[in-house]
Design a protein around this ligand. Structure first.
Ligand SMILES: [Zn+2]
Length: 315
């Protein structure tokens, strides 16, 4: 097991400490699978290719399974681009300090801290956190980090496959839980928020960005378009994303990616991200702030991006 994970992992759902299974195949609840784990489809979790895999203990709904596959295809196809969401690695690192994270997290803050990138997808932020001096764990329900070539031999970076709805980590394990554009792609963003809040250490922070609820017309147009595009076969969505890349000249994206400033493929990635995954919910800042209060987090900071919020667990 990656040394970083030794004191962090716990069985998903039941929260027990993990130990190697008696048959040597994977990890189980300490002392053997508990009643809760035995009731799941899977009660031991394998490590494959250096990544502990906490998936398959529950049946996934159709929309959920299609959403996971859409992102796996996205990072297989676009994970090697120089810029993802219009940002090169330098711009991504810059995003992790200063106002974009709230007022209290500067470059020096990260040294020696333990960070979770919850729903790390393409995995580019993992290296960015490491460059700031943090130890970082990337959690993703799909194989995106591998598709995109995240380094798996870096002592500062570990990758775990699992869900943000049942995160396989002990309570209060991380100084920062960072979840950028993820929980709105789960069946229950509210439940995902509470689950991520559980992982924040006293004195630590939860950063979340979700899609904002837009005006009636924009919601109607996008909702109608997505009702079609999310039902198309993967290769068709990929072709369509490429074909309509010039739309970025007329329709703003949250990342600001625009043909001319970004390449055709970079624009296609941003469009694919919007039109492919069936699960996508939209929220207000006040709604997310309410979830933070429910989770016992305080000092909610309103970030410069719409519906971005950093909240803190009292020390
Ligand atoms: Zn258990």
């Amino acid at each position: 097991m990656h040394p970083l994970l030794e004191n962090l992992l716990a069985a998903p759902g039941c929260g027990a400490r993990l130990e190697p299974a008696a048959d040597g195949r994977g990890l189980v609840c300490a002392g053997g699978p508990c009643a809760k784990c035995r009731g799941n489809l899977r009660s031991s979790w394998p490590t494959v290719g250096g990544i502990p895999r906490f998936v398959g203990s529950h049946p996934a709904g159709r929309a959920e399974a299609r959403t996971v596959r859409a992102f796996e295809r996205q990072w297989r196809r676009y994970g090697g681009l120089r810029r993802i969401f219009g940002k090169d690695p330098r711009a991504m690192a810059a995003n992790l300090v200063g106002a974009r994270m709230g007022g209290r997290i500067d470059a020096g803050w990260y040294r020696g801290k333990t960070v979770l990138d919850a729903g790390c997808g393409h995995g580019r932020y993992l290296a960015a956190f490491a460059s700031l001096g943090a130890h970082v764990v990337g959690l993703d329900i799909g194989t995106g980090p591998e598709e995109a070539g995240v380094p798996l031999d870096d002592p500062r970076i570990a990758v775990v496959q699992g869900s943000v709805l049942e995160a396989p980590f002990r309570d209060e394990s991380f100084d920062l839980v960072f979840s950028d554009g993820v929980i709105h792609h789960t069946p229950d963003a509210h439940a995902a928020y509470l689950e991520l809040a559980r992982l924040v250490k006293p004195g630590g922070a939860l950063y979340v960005w979700v899609y904002p609820r837009e005006g009636f017309l924009r919601e109607l147009v996008f909702g109608t378009a997505r009702a079609v595009t999310t039902r198309l076969p993967g290769p068709v969505v990929r072709w369509l994303s490429f074909a309509v890349a010039p739309l970025t000249l007329f329709v703003r994206s949250y990342s600001g990616t625009r043909l001319g400033r970004a390449t055709w493929s970079e624009c296609a990635q941003v469009i694919h991200d919007w039109i492919a995954p069936p699960l996508q919910s939209h929220h207000t800042w006040e709604e997310v702030a309410g979830w933070a209060a429910e989770a016992g987090l305080v000092d909610c900071e309103r970030l410069p991006i719409p519906t971005g919020i950093t909240a803190w667990r009292p020390a």
